[in-house]
Write a protein of this length. Structure first.
Length: 377
């Protein structure tokens, strides 16, 4: 290992062949950070102080020396510079930036500042990981929980670890009924461009289907180019919601009955939530003297979006007079309940109609007989 490192440093020394490191007489070059650790694609910024301890103005041509493929810049006062002049017994500050390539081997590298063609400030750069030509898609919070009516919002980071600008197509592998929307800088998008070595923030909004069961759902999200692909998986946890609906198959909530008679009505019980329901009890609120029986009286289990039919037998009071009555049907569990109010019209039975006709006929016949008997007098 030591031999390999020595060989590498010797090779680097040969790359930087030239005069020994020595500043012009009376001039010093200083930066506090001469050995830094970075990852591929990072930019290193050195602040270099150049001090002239002589009694004359010193003018020096400045340049940078770095391995092939590395980008360097020398700036001062907001300008790129190639030469600097320092007054007697004064100092100037130069900013030296070094862009580490993305595609680079792990190891130690050396850059240098040159003054009048001679290296004056050796700097070591320790690249801590192997450089790659790839993209990365990540999020700090991949898991969220809510109901089937929630909107789940995620924030993704897309990194372009290549030396070229890339345009990524965005895609989510969601089941039918799910709605996934990508947003960048406040705009809905289906693709995004990322500069070399840069990154973009992508916001993802997910809406589940309205009729979805409670559970955990995984949604892979991809950013792709012709040659690159990055993926992360988002997780949506749907909490169970409870809902119950009581109606009839045709949603007609009215019927008719005769006093003392019976009428069968078919009811439909539906689980409108995302969690199963158990032990659904059927009951009724009726006028005095009325009765309702259910078949079955209890529904043991009802899965989300499932329906079951129940037969309700309504018996009217035999003394009920003709008119409209309200019978309220109820379906209840500890978690949810619903009711349906039926308008029940009581009609007079045919037998009572015949009896009424006979009574009226008898009364009329009696009156006629009385008139005939006493009217002649």
């Amino acid at each position: 290992m030591t031999a390999a490192l020595t060989a590498l440093l010797w090779t680097l020394f040969e790359v930087f062949s030239g005069p020994a490191f020595a500043a012009p007489a009376g001039v010093t070059f200083f930066t506090p950070y001469t050995d830094v650790a970075v990852t591929p694609g990072e930019t290193i910024t050195y602040s270099i102080e150049i001090k002239n301890a002589t009694g004359e103005i010193r003018r020096m041509k400045l340049a940078a020396q770095a391995p092939s493929g590395w980008e360097t810049n020398l700036t001062a006062g907001g300008y790129k510079i190639q030469e600097i002049a320092v007054r007697p017994n004064d100092s100037e500050t130069v900013t030296f930036t070094v862009d580490v390539p993305l595609k680079i081997d792990k190891g130690t590298y050396r850059v240098a500042l040159l003054a009048d063609g001679a290296p004056v400030l050796p700097l070591f750069v320790n690249v801590t990981e192997q450089g790659t030509y790839q993209a990365e898609l990540s999020t700090d919070q991949p898991n969220m929980e809510g109901t089937n009516k929630s909107t789940f919002n995620y924030e993704l980071k897309l990194k372009n670890r290549t030396p070229d600008a890339q345009t990524f197509a965005l895609r989510a592998d969601a089941e039918p009924g799910w709605n996934v929307q990508f947003t960048v800088e406040g705009k809905d998008v289906t693709s995004v461009s990322v500069d070399p070595g840069g990154q973009k923030t992508i916001r993802v909004s997910i809406n589940p289907p309205s009729r979805i069961e409670a559970g955990t759902y995984k949604i892979p999200v991809r950013a792709e180019t012709k040659n690159l692909s990055a993926e992360t998986t988002l997780e949506v946890v749907i909490r169970g919601t409870y809902g119950l609906k009581l109606t009839t198959p045709d949603e007609v909530l009215s019927t008719s009955i005769t006093a003392g008679g019976e009428r069968r009505v078919k009811l439909r019980v539906e689980n409108t939530g995302s969690a199963p329901l158990a032990k659904i009890q059927l009951s009724a609120d009726t006028p005095v003297g009325w009765d309702v029986k259910f078949d079955p009286e209890t529904i043991d289990t009802l899965a989300p979006n499932e329906t079951k039919d129940v037969t309700a037998t309504i018996r009217a009071d035999k003394k009920a007079i003709a008119g409209d009555y309200v019978v309220t049907m109820n379906a209840r569990t500890p978690e949810a309940e619903d009711s349906a109010a039926f308008r029940v019209t009581v009609k007079t039975s045919l037998l009572w109609g015949v009896v009424a006709v006979l009574i009226i006929g008898g009364v009329l016949a009696g009156l006629y007989a009385l008139i005939q008997r006493y009217g002649r007098r």
